[in-house]
Write a protein that binds this ligand. Structure first.
Ligand SMILES: Cc1cc2nc3c(=O)[nH]c(=O)nc-3n(C[C@H](O)[C@H](O)[C@H](O)COP(=O)(O)OP(=O)(O)OC[C@H]3O[C@@H](n4cnc5c(N)ncnc54)[C@H](O)[C@@H]3O)c2cc1C
Length: 403
């Protein structure tokens, strides 16, 4: 038995003993995840128990170093943990932007003291982070951002506005891009800074979407004073002042990588396959095949694309773990995952027909098919639009000439 085989059998046994039955429903809806943070309240005893057991083992952030709250697992071990977790349909014990976005960027660019404060807070589910990148005049062209950050000696003074800040109204801290130099070329005057959302001068206004959800907000900064340092070696700025674009790009690779590794053809709540969904709603013919031949063809094509996509994710993840990083290839995964996700919910809507076209009397039935279909349209915008991903793929992956 190899060390990894041994690890697999120990992990299987640990999951069997520690993951409560109630947490093994494979539910992936945002409402059912554990997000953590100062305002967090567990939805059930089972959810708390699952979180506590995972935390004890370092499994809220399995690959992070033990000193920052992780389990120090190798990439191969983390893959096994993930496979075994998915095999019993267990939810993740904790999910949030701190884990998927800020954490990896801090591991690359943070000081030991910054990691000690912020990574540990994320791993323990104590602090929930939001992302302050986009502004009304800076989305795809993010480097045009204008939120002004002035050096006032012992503190920074910030004035400006962010938009589309997901969950800003329920987050504790924000990782933010601000402009510290208005005269330098636009990529050279940006700084990456960490700010407590409880700071005086920050106000937040939720935006309601067509799906009825209100996952994001406008975030305003009016004379917000941010300390230069939160303690020795623990500055509020990550990396160098005016060089925040490097940190920002590193974080975007992780954001796109995370978005690009979701399960595109999943059901509204979990892994229910398209084929089963169609069979349940449309029925089978005498040859035990889906009764509608045209739909059968479309589902088969989507399943094939999904299969190819999953194999590509696996290959690219192995390559990334072998030290090559995902880099611009994260844009390929993000692009395909977004298109397949939209296609999957489009197909489910077609399968259900008019019965699927309900969003509840108040329009806010979060996990209805129609809501999911509406929300999934956002995937080709969030984390960088589809057109922008195609630009990146053509320039950085395929190395095509600009004109
Ligand atoms: C659900 C959701 C959650 C989000 N959460 C966050 C968050 O937490 N924090 C945050 O900071 N932001 C967040 N965003 C914002 C997101 O990053 C931006 O919406 C996105 O980057 C696009 O910017 P924009 O909306 O300003 O569109 P624009 O940049 O104005 O783009 C408009 C259109 O022009 C196209 N376009 C623009 N430039 C080019 C080009 N060079 N070549 C070809 N086509 C181009 C785009 O593809 C798009 O179709 C979120 C967005 C969504 C939908």
């Amino acid at each position: 038995m190899t060390d990894l085989d041994q690890f697999r059998s120990e992990t299987r046994a640990w999951l069997a003993e520690n993951c409560p039955e109630e947490m093994r429903d494979g539910d992936i809806t945002a409402e059912k995840q554990c997000w953590g943070g100062r305002l967090w309240e567990f939805q059930s005893e089972a959810q708390k128990q699952w979180f506590d057991r995972a935390l004890e083992k370092g499994y809220t952030v399995p690959t992070w170093p033990i000193e920052y709250g992780g389990a120090g697992l190798s990439a191969d071990q983390a893959k096994i943990l993930d496979e075994e977790r998915q095999a019993i349909n267990a939810r993740k014990p904790l999910s949030n932007f701190g884990i998927s976005m800020l954490g990896p960027a801090l591991l690359a660019y943070g000081t030991h003291e910054q990691k000690l404060q912020h990574l540990t807070g994320i791993a323990r589910g104590e602090i929930r982070w939001c992302q302050g990148y986009s502004e009304p005049g800076a989305g795809s062209d993010l480097a045009s951002l204008k939120s002004k950050c002035e050096d006032k000696g012992d503190h920074w003074l910030i004035n400006g506005q962010k938009i589309w800040t997901s969950n800003a109204d329920i987050s504790d801290w924000i990782f933010c891009l601000v402009r510290t130099d208005f005269d330098a070329p636009k990529h050279r005057g940006i700084t990456f800074i960490l700010i407590d959302m409880a700071s005086e001068g920050i106000s937040v206004k939720p935006i309601v979407l067509i799906s009825g959800h209100s996952p994001f907000c406008e975030t305003f900064f009016d004379d917000v004073k941010v300390p230069k340092s939160y303690g020795p070696g623990n500055d509020s700025v990550v990396g160098e002042v005016n060089r925040g674009w490097d940190v920002a790009k590193n974080l975007l690779v992780h954001e796109r990588g995370m978005l690009g590794t979701m399960s595109p053809l999943r059901g509204t709540k979990g892994p229910e396959s398209l084929g089963k969904f169609a069979a349940d709603h449309i029925g089978l013919d005498q040859g035990d095949r889906l009764a509608d031949p045209a739909l059968r063809q479309r589902i088969a094509q989507a399943e094939l694309d999904n299969w190819a996509y999953n194999l590509t994710v696996e290959r690219m993840t192995d390559e990334a773990n072998a030290g090559n990083g995902l880099g611009a290839k994260s844009s390929m995964l993000k692009y395909v995952a977004s298109e397949l996700t939209k296609q999957g919910s489009e197909l489910r809507m077609d399968i259900e027909g008019t019965a699927g076209a309900t969003i509840g009397a108040d329009g806010i039935e979060y996990d209805s098919l129609a809501n999911t279909w509406l929300y999934n349209r956002a995937y080709s915008i969030l984390g960088g639009t589809t057109e922008v991903q195609l630009n990146i793929i053509s320039k950085r992956v395929l190395e095509l000439p600009s004109q």
